[in-house]
Design a protein around this ligand. Structure first.
Ligand SMILES: Nc1ncnc2c1ncn2[C@@H]1O[C@H](COP(=O)(O)OP(=O)(O)OP(=O)(O)O)[C@@H](O)[C@H]1O
Length: 609
């Protein structure tokens, strides 16, 4: 059990503006890291970074055996938690002057999935390269053989990014000696901590705990404050500082950034195809678009359906080989295609393995699973999809947490974003549950998910005939065949990718993931929507969305150039078109409310009992 023994309240209200302009220099960051950030066009720290970086740096100076070095940081999705721990971690290692020969890494960063492993590894590697320091970061994956693991850990590297299971393998196979870990480890990060236990790493983490030296600084980063986070905190951390950023309540505990506008459309399950077609084809949502489905088959059905209308998209799911998945993410992030259809990790497993077990059970039972879906795959949680403006829930997620994590893929780093959920009568119950759980949050606004204002009934009806005709041609057999074909393509791609990436790690153009899968070539007349099918209201709405896209920029540089939220709000059709849009949509972001309010920065030092 933990009791609060100390509390630091950060003066906020009158310092809001000033703090938004705070620089990394003022946080005491090493000039090499600041230069590296500048090269990445990152100039001002986000709120979690403003608080966490100096705290982690100060705490790391506490004497070897004293408690109070550890930090728990909770902040909403997309708020910059990775740099919040990576920057002080690197700074700490830069100044590590010990000449003692090491036999294990100085820092472990644990993440729940391989995608996250790759993401964090790339961020760390790029910072190290830009800083031009002699430092090695490596990542481990569960597919590595013992000899690969041994080679990767030779040196040893300073930083290791991995899932907890891989470290446990290294310890149990004698690739890493527990005594070496005890001698070398000075910083341990548990990233996406809320997921580490649900992905089944409890035993691995428990086994590791015994080898974490007392002098090691442990950092726990999370978007939530669930029971799992509490358990993990008690398992590994000692008397940590708890940083809770504004807007992270104890909801139900996951909060959507306020710079994301949320909408919904009520429609029958069979009408979802015509609705999504209207949204994309009539350009009523801004690109780039991430579309979520609950099953892999539905993902392929959508892709085949889109193809007939000349809409290129790629699918991302747990069935694809790891190299392909990483490459699809990279291509999407590089802007090579605009529509990505993702099938959630949990749903693909639940529905397609035919049980509702936890990740833990699935991980244990994975050898017996008929379909080998990758248990370390996580398409939603923590993945940094770049510049996604719109998230569409083609199928509704099964929980409020799932909803928050999906929506959190837009509005990252305080950019603007929007979400549109297509809700069928069968999904009304979960939709209402999501609304009531999240609506209880601080704004108490039950209409914070507003009806989508830009799609008229006429617009939907004008496309109905074509949509239904094409939908009929996307049969179950067609879906099954294209799924098998895509898998074959991707396995081939994957082999090519492996070899190719060894020689050209930065080359993104080798393979395309948005290739057509249908056997039937799209009919030319379906590519464009003829004028006579468009009603004037829809044309007007589509024009405004295009204008807004051009005007908003939706970039941080626009922010820095003084395009404040208020100004952008006036230009955003989704905010001017509808009287039902959320009131606070642009107030959030980097701002904080006054001291003493629920939004105050609180840093509470907690004591483990
Ligand atoms: N100070 C900053 N200024 C501008 N962009 C930033 C800054 N810090 C981080 N970013 C960018 O913000 C995006 C989100 O960061 P990050 O992935 O660390 O968020 P997160 O809080 O870990 O989200 P999640 O909880 O979903 O994992 C990344 O693209 C990152 O490069």
């Amino acid at each position: 059990m933990a009791n609060a023994t100390d509390s630091l309240l950060y003066e906020t209200k009158d310092r809001e503006e000033q703090e938004e302009d705070q620089t990394f220099e003022e946080l005491g960051l090493d000039p090499r890291l600041i230069r590296a950030l500048t090269k990445k066009n990152i100039e001002n720290p986000t709120p979690i970074q403003r608080v966490a970086i100096p705290l982690i740096l100060v705490c790391s100076h506490f004497s070897l055996f004293s408690e109070g070095k550890d930090v728990v940081a909770r902040a909403k999705t997309g708020s910059g938690k990775t740099f919040a721990y990576l920057l002080p971690l690197l700074q700490k290692l830069f100044s590590n002057s010990s000449s003692k020969k090491r036999l294990a890494p100085n820092a472990f960063i644990f993440v729940p999935t391989r995608e996250l492993c790759q993401q964090v590894y790339s961020e760390a590697l790029s910072l190290i390269e830009l800083c031009r320091v002699q430092m090695k970061v490596v990542q481990l994956t569960s597919t590595m053989s013992a000899s690969d693991l041994r080679t990767t850990l030779a040196g040893p590297p300073e930083i290791l990014v991995s899932t907890p299971a891989c470290i446990q393998t290294c310890l149990s196979k004698g690739i890493l000696q527990p005594t070496s870990v005890q001698d070398s480890l000075s910083i341990l990060v548990l990233d996406e901590a809320d997921l580490l236990l649900s992905y089944g790493y409890e035993d691995d983490l428990k086994a590791l705990t015994a080898h974490v030296p007392r002098g090691c600084q442990c950092l726990l980063m999370s978007a939530t404050s669930s029971a799992d986070v509490e358990k993990l905190k008690n398992l590994i951390l000692h008397n940590p500082y708890i940083l809770t950023l504004p807007e992270v309540g104890d909801v139900k505990d996951e909060i959507i950034p306020k710079n994301v506008q949320q909408f919904w459309i009520s429609c029958g399950a069979r009408d979802k195809l015509v609705h999504i077609l209207a949204l994309l084809k009539l350009e009523l949502v801004q690109k780039r678009v991430l579309i979520f489905t609950n099953t892999i088959d539905m993902g392929f059905r959508l892709k085949l359906f889109f193809e007939q209308f000349g809409i290129k998209s790629a699918v991302l799911n747990a069935e694809l080989p790891q190299n392909s998945r990483l490459h699809i993410l990279e291509e999407f992030n590089a802007g090579l295609f605009d529509y990505l259809i993702a099938t959630d990790d949990s749903h693909s497993k639940e529905k397609e393995q035919g049980d509702g077990d936890s990740h833990v059970e699935r991980r244990k039972g994975r050898k017996h699973a008929k379909k080998k879906l990758d248990s370390e795959f996580g398409v939603v949680r923590g993945i940094d999809f770049k510049n996604v403006h719109t998230v569409i829930n083609f199928d509704m997620p099964q929980s409020a947490a799932g909803y928050v994590h999906r929506i959190g893929r837009t509005g990252r780093a305080y950019k603007t974003g929007a979400s549109v959920s297509l809700v069928s009568p069968d999904e009304m119950e979960i939709f209402e549950e999501i609304r009531s759980i999240l609506g209880e949050n601080e704004n108490k606004d039950s209409n914070f998910i507003a009806p989508f204002p830009l799609l008229t009934k006429n617009a939907v009806e004008s496309l109905r005939y074509r949509a239904e005709d094409v939908a009929r041609s996307v049969t179950k057999i067609a879906v099954r065949e294209s799924r098998a074909q895509d898998l074959r393509n991707e396995i081939l791609n994957s082999e090519k990718l492996k070899a190719h990436f060894q020689d050209n790690p930065k080359d993104l153009d080798l393979l395309k993931h948005d290739k057509a899968l249908s056997k039937k070539a799209p009919a030319p007349h379906l590519r464009d929507v003829p004028e006579y099918l468009l009603d004037p209201t829809t044309q007007e709405a589509s024009k405004i969305v295009k204008l807004a896209r051009a005007a908003m920029g939706n970039t941080n540089s626009a922010r820095r150039k003084g395009l404040k939220g208020k100004l952008r709000k006036n230009r955003d059709p989704l905010k001017t078109f509808s009287a039902e849009a959320p009131k606070n949509a642009f107030k959030g972001g980097m701002k904080r409310k006054g001291k003493g309010g629920s939004d105050s920065y609180k840093s509470k030092k907690k004591q483990s009992v």
